[in-house]
Design a protein around this ligand. Sequence first.
Ligand code: HEC
Ligand code: HEC
Ligand code: HEC
Ligand code: HEC
Length: 267
Amino acid sequence: MSTMRAVLLVACALLAVALAKGAQQDREKPASEEIQIPAGKENLPAEQVFKSIEVLKGEPASRLPGMMKAFNRMLGVECTHCHVAGAWGKEEPEAKRTARLMFKMIGNVSQKYIDTKNEVTCWTCHHGGPKPSNGGAEIGAAMAKLPAERQQVIANLNNLGEDKPAEQVFGSIQVLKGLSVERMLRVMGVFTVVLGVDCSHCHVADQWDDDHPAKDITREMLRMVRDINQQLFDGQAKVACWTCHRGAVKPEAAPRLLAAPDFEDGK
Ligand code: HEC
Ligand code: HEC
Ligand code: HEC
Ligand code: HEC
């Protein structure tokens, strides 16, 4: 857990640096938004300088301002979305506690489901807005325009018995048990949309039951999405593949700016 926390903090710090580059265009901020750390206390643990610290426990106090600014940008909000201005240590409004829960969730799922570090940040889902999208509208539109060839493959497979439970028709259904063949194939179409790929990204055509690395990763991703929605949203499907992938195989962990070479080694 503490490694994951460290990883996340590095991601926030990186983002803060990257964002500072674009800060020239920022309008002047009111003085109340500047976080004062008394001189000489920058390297004390954050909890000795601030009142109500959980996430940053044990980290240098100097990390806090960069993280707060990164939150503003990653969520597209003002400080007061999560704070009562001037009473920063207060545990309200609700969004402050939500932010901590989100932190915890990222730590949990990164450790459990994602090998590579620094891959999931607030940006991955929030993309500069307070309410991440599960892609309902985008997916609906794209499903109506699937390439004809792909629609044909789906139609042919549906002929195997669209109302039957998928696991009675196909040999290696594990996660999607209980879905009808028709619904299971709709999910397959959705996978191609959310990742921007063809069926062949995860299958060898006509050998659908075979194992394939991307197919195995996808099973883990399905479990992860369920896990996130259970942890945070009482099982409501607020987070879906689209929330992170948005039509790309590789989700964006930070604004493109971060990909610039001078930020790559975290300096
Ligand atoms: C997305 C929500 C969010 C936003 C936006 C945000 N903060 Fe925070 N802030 C937090 C959380 C969560 C903590 C507690 C961190 C911890 O647990 O270590 C915190 C802690 C702080 C603290 C330490 C308070 C104390 O005494 O414990 C200050 C000061 C602060 N924020 C100022 C700001 C300022 C200024 C901004 C805008 C530049 C800002 N925050 C934006 C969520 C947010
Ligand atoms: C796995 C995707 C995901 C990640 C990663 C994520 N969030 Fe969220 N977040 C959501 C969703 C979904 C909602 C709820 C949106 C809704 O209610 O429609 C949400 C809501 C919030 C809210 C409440 C917004 C409001 O309207 O007040 C805050 C605050 C927040 N997230 C902060 C964060 C912070 C800070 C991070 C990074 C530490 C983070 N989130 C990372 C998916 C995510
Ligand atoms: C992102 C990866 C991914 C893509 C893209 C994808 N699939 Fe799948 N497919 C899977 C996974 C994962 C399973 C197994 C689901 C389970 O375990 O319940 C599966 C199962 C299947 C099965 C049942 C075979 C079995 O495993 O028993 C068929 C048939 C199938 N897919 C067809 C398709 C078709 C047709 C397309 C294109 C429209 C497609 N898939 C696109 C990941 C993918
Ligand atoms: C919380 C964000 C998040 C969500 C939600 C999510 N993914 Fe991912 N996914 C990632 C990240 C990050 C990676 C890259 C992991 C890595 O490189 O180690 C990834 C990688 C993948 C890969 C491997 C990419 C490749 O090179 O083939 C597949 C396939 C995939 N995801 C499918 C899905 C599917 C399908 C869903 C919905 C069931 C989903 N993901 C939901 C974050 C997410």
